[in-house]
Write a protein that binds this ligand. Structure first.
Ligand code: GLN
Length: 282
């Protein structure tokens, strides 16, 4: 069997299993089985695939056909130029969340000096670790309510930074000490109905990382209130949410006494992140 035929076979299997991106997934999984890059894979199409790699590829295709995301099969996901370890204990980092990282980096650049940052609902740690990797001197901590997410966070912190960033097990900020210049979160923000539909099809991501209450904004709204007591004057909150939730979040921020409310768009042009400052000093 040539690599080209293996690719065709994988594509067909995934296509009939109604996987959304059958070509891309077959390429990524075959590259993983052969332990080579996409470029190398395309340069090797006429070559014969060895038995072990082929078997591994077939096993991965089977998992993909059963609905397991490619990132869980490979145990990795690229995010902000870094490779994060992921498994069923955490939400797979989405490209949309890079908007949150960019927005935080923009704030940090405009407000030089020693800032301390807390990223809650951190999951794999993709936000906290990406920001820290660009700003090694900043004081950054993280938290998550899930003990299992904390385990994955520790794996990523060690692998990508070489040491452990502080990560608390906490329901939002409840068990986190201190006050902050910046608080960020990609909280669970799917609607109750969306999560119910996902669990019906056996979606493998942790529900805890997705379920955002009836309007999807329950956690974000709680964090807006809690952060008012934990942000320093002039500090800021940055929250990811769905485009349809932004008006509600903006209204909630305004009513809670925040100012300078800004919305940032994701790569698809949808509103994705909202930020606001807490009682800015003159
Ligand atoms: N953006 C994710 C999705 O659409 C949801 C992430 C979250 O709830 N924080 O699946």
């Amino acid at each position: 069997m040539t690599i080209q035929n293996a690719l065709r076979e994988g594509h067909n299997l995934l296509f009939y299993a109604e996987v959304d991106t059958p070509v891309l997934d077959a390429v990524v999984l075959l590259g993983e089985a052969l332990d080579i890059s996409k470029e190398k894979l395309f340069a090797s199409l006429p070559e014969v695939i060895d038995g072990d790699s082929y078997q591994q590829y077939r096993d991965m295709l089977k998992l993909r056909c059963s609905g397991i995301p490619v990132s869980y099969i490979r145990n990795k996901k690229e995010f902000f130029g870094l490779e994060f370890y992921v498994d069923g204990r955490v939400l797979v980092p989405r490209p949309d969340t890079e908007t949150l990282v960019e927005a935080l980096l923009g704030f940090i650049e405009k407000n030089p000096g020693p800032l301390n940052i807390h990223d809650t609902c951190t999951g794999s740690g993709c936000v906290a670790i990406s920001v820290k990797s660009r700003n090694p001197d900043l004081d950054i901590s993280a938290s998550d309510i899930s003990r299992e997410a904390g385990e994955v966070f520790a794996i990523n912190s060690k692998a990508l930074l070489g040491y452990q960033l502080p990560c608390y097990r906490s329901d939002l900020l409840q068990q986190v000490p201190g006050s902050f210049d910046l608080i960020s979160a990609n909280p669970p923000y799917l609607l109750e109905s969306e999560v119910d539909n996902l669990s019906k099809i056996g979606w493998p991501e942790p529900e805890l990382a997705l379920r955002g209450g009836i309007a999807g904004t329950a956690l974000a709204e709680r964090l807006i209130i809690d952060s008012a007591f934990r942000l320093k004057a002039g500090g800021a909150i940055f929250l990811e949410g769905a485009a349809g939730q932004m008006e509600r979040l903006k209204a909630h921020l305004r009513a809670s006494g925040y100012s300078e409310i800004k919305v940032f768009k994701d790569l698809g042009g949808r509103d994705r992140v909202v930020s606001a400052r807490w009682r800015r000093c003159a």
